[in-house]
Write a new protein. Structure first.
Length: 264
């Protein structure tokens, strides 16, 4: 298996297919794109089945992707961690942990899912489909994790590594080049205290998903102004993502005053 992620075969008229046609056609196309044919195709179908589809089709015997998502989450953590360990021998534990976290965070996995065309292969309920579920980060991330779990069960760890590693390598390079792996909360606090005499405050404004795979949404405030928002699998990761968003907003960094508060 030799997946590079550089090419994506188009899948025509997917949205004109019925639910019974979609698995045989669109999921075959996904297997072409990831350069792997499942020995047990039902694993792939389950990995791409959102809970909303099962809710609307109780007769379906495949089941949803939540258990595979649970497994894939652990597999991806290991694969990404082992890859970082091998490729960056000079990194200490803290830096390896931050880089791994950036590789498996929700937004990153959703982008990788889009890159290989997972969204168009999802089995969704009608309501979720109408609500834009094929482009929703949480759905794409969950399905990517479930796909990793399915690949692990069907082909073993080497198959997952062959699929995932070529995808995460350019992400790691971009992350390091942008210094996005640096502790965003510490960097934002140092800057905001120097510029405004303000210490960032964080609050959790939302959470979704089952208990084993909750997604938290955090906001960071400078004074009374919301400076950034982010999401993640834990409150700490969500706060880091919010801090990174605030740091990336050039208009916020260039602002001389926030709510009338300058340097104290």
């Amino acid at each position: 298996m030799s997946y590079t992620g550089n090419e994506q075969k188009p899948v025509s008229s997917d949205h004109n297919l019925t639910d019974h046609q979609r698995p045989a056609t669109v999921q075959d196309s996904l297997q072409d794109r990831i350069c792997y044919r499942f020995t047990d195709p039902t694993l792939l179908v389950r990995a791409l089945t959102h809970p909303s589809y099962v809710n609307e089709h109780p007769e379906d015997e495949i089941g949803d992707n939540q258990r595979l998502e649970f497994l894939g989450d652990a597999v991806l953590d290991f694969v990404a961690g082992a890859w970082v360990y091998r490729h960056y021998p000079d990194f200490d534990e803290g830096r390896m942990t931050r880089l791994r976290a950036s590789l498996v965070r929700t937004e990153t996995l959703a982008q990788l899912a889009s890159q290989v065309g997972i969204g168009q292969s999802l089995r969704l309920g009608h309501g979720e489909e109408e609500a834009g579920g094929r482009e929703r980060d949480a759905n794409l991330c969950d399905a990517f994790e479930a796909l990793a779990g399915a690949l692990y069960l069907d082909g073993g760890l080497k198959i997952v590594e062959a699929f995932v590693e070529p995808l995460i390598e350019p992400v790691a390079k971009r992350t390091l080049a942008a210094e996005a792996d640096v502790d965003a909360k510490s960097r934002l606090q140092e800057w905001s205290q120097a510029e405004f005499g303000l210490t960032p405050r964080y609050r959790i404004v939302g959470e979704s998903g089952p208990d084993h795979a909750k997604i938290f949404v955090a906001e960071v405030l400078l004074g009374k102004q919301v400076a950034g928002q982010g999401s993640g699998r834990s409150k700490q990761v969500a706060e880091q993502a919010a801090a990174q968003t605030a740091w990336d907003l050039h208009d916020v960094r260039a602002t001389a005053h926030i709510d009338g508060a300058g340097k104290q």
